[in-house]
Structure formats: structure tokens, C-alpha cells
Design a binder for this molecule. Structure first.
Ligand SMILES: *Cc1c(COP(=O)(O)O)cnc(C)c1O
Ligand SMILES: [Zn+2]
Length: 418
């Protein structure tokens, strides 16, 4: 792509900078450093953002527009945009786990029921400004939902690539929006490689997590901003974040640091913990082995939304966990299901498998003494359980099936001790 003809602004964004060598670039449709192939990240000059200016904004992610690489004219459309999901004080789960104060960031409340609506909203705004004509992505499922829905609503074509063995619910909840959906015979890492190749061929397509990834990734910062704002402009002492590519975790940390630097919160210390499923835990394995690099794996887990065997931001996750005194932990698929049911039964929140990973890792970290039970803890519930019904269909069943008579009920009632 060459530059567009219309003038463009990206709010407080100044340009892009290489996370590895620091080389800087103008804002544009780039994502990799020309010198070292390192990932590019948005660089800013923030000015004039205050708690009041944020509070005066809409009740969605655009209240943080002054901290995001989006054009000033991105419209305020309350109730239809992602963000401002609830922060739930989870006393039931906290007492089950032995934690004193636990908050759950319940991102099932976004338009397509996962945190991916946040990143897609920012990617779409940037893609339009950069002159792209189609929104595309490789996806482990939730991104597919979010891209297809945002494209339908925004009147732009979408082309989405997913592994063919994705949960049926995620296929349906993508295809229903009417864009192009390609089921690819391979795992996510195959799909991702294909998308990178296609991004080189189809220059008018914005692959949200490939060629506009620097903008997309910034959308995850809004999770961190919201947690702090909803706590009354404070940082939690510990935060547990699910890890697929690692982007969400790195941006929650970035958001906390930015808020401290800008004086919007006190710079209190916080520890960042990453959560993976054992069947796809390349970052947790590298963390435990003391490595700085992440060895790719072939995923095999029910937590498909986190099943990225070659996570782009893995090394940055390791840095953050080590720098903040956190950790990266993993849990088995059985523990994931237990995490899902524990969350549902203590808090009335039905999360998808990724939420089960977060809750089960939370439990494991408390049990191993890595989490301080006295410190205020926040955990991110990133997707809705209705998207991964199969994971719990064997354990979430009717208590009994009975004839429509009082006797039949009594017979079961007496036996089961309901
Ligand atoms: C994509 C996703 C994540 C994390 O993704 P990153 O690639 O690490 O940013 C977490 N939870 C759910 C439900 C997701 O779909
Ligand atoms: Zn570089």
C-alpha cells in the first residue's frame, strides 16, 4: 500500500517504533522493522488526558481515545461499541480460592462476547484511515466473530480464516454476519502463516492481527485502563491474564505503566501473571525453564481460543512476568473444565474455556503460594461460555429426567437429597 490522499490523524500517535532496535517510522500500514524485522509498536505524545476528560467520554473504549492511535473523528456510538464491561467483585470465588479481594473483568459483555471486539474496533478505525478496503484475519475463533460483526456493522467486506476444527459455535457466530469465512485444513499456526502470505498478495486487505497489528494490539490497553478506572483510579496488586499470542498481557502491562507515567494512578507495584492451557503452553514452559525465547509447540487443548503454538509476543510476556515478579502458569484441560464450573457456581458467570484457564491458573497460583492471598487481585475473563458449550456439556446436565408427576419428582428428590 502507498499513502492515502486524504490527510489523516491518529490522535496522540506520533509514529511507529521497533520494539527490538528502536528504529522509528511514520504512521502507516507497516508492522515489521525494515532493519531487524522486529515488531513495530505505536509511539505517542500524550497530552491533556485527565481523569475528567476520560470520564466525560462515552461509555465504551472511545473514552480512552486520547490514549489510542485512532483518528479524532471516530464516532461516539454508545451501547454498540465494545468496552466498559463490568468489573465484578468476586467474593464467592475469592473465598473458594482463599483470596482476600478478587475482581473479575468480565469481558463476556462485549458485542460479540469476547475481548476481541476491543482490538478489532481500533484496527478497523486505523484500517479505514490507512485506506484499506477489506478487513481480514486469521483467527482462533473470537477474532473471527469480532471481525465479521464489526465489518457487517461498519459496511466493509470481511474475509476470515479459521482452523477447520474450530468449535461449531464459533463457526456459526462468525458465518451469521455474512462475510467470507474460510475454514483452513490446518491448525492456527498454519492459518496464520497463510494469512501472512496473503497479506503480501492482497494489498488492500487489512489483516487486523498481521499487517495492522501495531494498531490492533493497542486496543487491549483499554482492558488495563478500565480495570484501573473501575477500581477508582488504582492499580491492582496482581493481575492474571490469559495468553494466546501474548498481546493482551503485554498491553495490559503497557496500560498500567502509561497510567502511572501520566499521573492518572499512583505508581504502585503490580505483578503480572500469564495463564495458558498445558496442551498449548509454550510461554509457561519457557518461563519455567528460565528461557528468554519461546520454543513453538503443536497445540492440543480444548482452550482453542488460546491455542497459538508460536506466540508472537511470547518473549515480551516472559519479560513482563519476570520484571514485575509475576509468573506464567499452565493447567490441564480437566482443570480448565473445573475452572469453568467453579466460576459459574461461585459467581454466576459462564466463561468460555479461556476463562476456565484463567480461573484454574488463579487457583493453582494461590495453592503454590505464587499469588499473595492478601493482595488485591484482578483476573480477566475474556470470552463467553456459550461459545464453547462442548467443553462442559458432559458435566452440565439435568439432575434427572422425570415423568410429569409429583411422585416421580419425590422419588428422585428423596434419593438425591435435593
Ligand atoms: C484472543 C484471546 C485471548 C488472548 O489473546 P492474545 O493473542 O494473547 O492477545 C484471550 N482470551 C480469549 C477468549 C481470546 O479469544
Ligand atoms: Zn528494528
Amino acid at each position: 500500500m502507498t499513502t492515502t490522499t486524504t490527510p489523516r490523524t491518529f490522535g496522540p500517535a506520533l509514529g511507529l517504533s521497533c520494539r527490538e532496535c528502536g528504529e522509528t517510522y511514520d504512521i502507516g500500514p507497516r508492522y515489521a522493522c525494515e532493519l531487524c524485522f522486529g515488531p513495530l509498536e505505536v509511539a505517542y505524545d500524550f497530552g491533556g488526558v485527565t481523569r475528567d476528560s476520560i470520564a466525560a467520554g462515552p461509555r465504551n473504549i472511545w473514552r480512552y481515545r486520547g490514549l489510542l492511535p485512532v483518528p479524532d473523528h471516530v464516532t461516539d456510538t454508545p451501547n454498540t461499541e465494545p468496552g466498559c464491561t463490568r468489573l465484578v467483585r468476586a467474593d464467592g470465588l475469592a473465598s473458594a480460592l482463599g483470596l482476600r479481594r478478587l475482581w473479575l473483568k468480565d469481558d463476556t459483555g462485549n458485542p460479540t462476547h469476547s475481548f476481541k471486539d476491543r482490538v478489532v474496533a481500533v484496527a478497523l478505525a486505523a484500517a479505514r484511515e490507512l485506506g484499506f478496503k477489506v478487513l481480514a484475519c486469521p483467527s482462533t475463533g473470537n477474532l473471527a466473530n469480532a471481525v465479521a460483526a464489526a465489518s457487517a456493522r461498519g459496511g466493509i467486506k470481511s474475509v476470515v480464516f479459521v482452523p477447520h476444527d474450530l468449535e461449531q459455535q464459533k463457526i456459526t457466530t462468525t458465518a451469521v454476519y455474512g462475510g467470507t469465512l474460510m475454514a483452513v485444513e490446518g491448525n492456527y499456526d498454519d492459518v496464520n502463516r497463510l494469512a501472512s502470505e496473503l497479506a503480501g498478495e492482497f494489498e488492500e486487505w487489512a489483516f487486523v492481527n498481521v499487517n495492522v497489528r501495531p494498531y490492533y494490539a493497542e486496543g487491549s490497553k483499554t482492558l488495563g485502563y478500565e480495570i484501573a478506572e473501575q477500581l477508582g483510579w488504582r492499580l491492582p496488586g496482581q493481575v492474571v491474564v490469559p495468553v494466546a499470542s501474548g498481546s493482551q498481557l503485554t498491553k495490559v502491562d503497557k496500560a498500567f505503566r502509561e497510567l502511572g507515567t501520566l499521573g492518572l494512578v499512583d505508581e504502585t507495584p503490580y505483578r503480572v501473571f500469564g495463564a495458558q492451557a498445558t496442551g498449548c503452553s509454550p510461554v509457561a514452559q519457557a518461563y519455567k525453564a528460565g528461557h528468554d525465547v519461546v520454543q513453538p509447540v503443536r497445540p492440543s487443548t480444548i482452550a482453542k481460543s488460546l491455542a497459538i503454538g508460536n506466540p508472537a509476543d511470547g518473549p515480551y510476556v516472559l519479560d513482563i512476568a519476570r520484571r514485575t515478579g509475576g509468573a506464567v502458569e499452565d493447567v490441564t484441560d480437566d482443570e480448565v473444565v473445573e475452572g469453568m464450573t467453579l466460576l459459574a457456581r461461585t459467581e454466576g458467570i459462564f466463561a468460555e474455556t479461556a476463562g476456565g484457564v484463567t480461573v484454574a491458573v488463579l487457583k493453582k497460583l494461590v495453592e503454590s503460594g505464587k499469588l499473595d492471598p492478601e493482595a488485591e487481585t484482578a483476573a480477566i475473563i475474556s470470552g463467553d461460555g456459550l461459545k464453547t458449550l462442548d467443553a462442559v456439556s458432559a458435566v452440565a446436565r439435568p439432575t434427572a429426567t422425570i415423568a410429569p408427576t409429583v411422585e416421580a419428582f419425590r422419588a428422585v428428590h428423596d434419593k438425591a437429597g435435593i
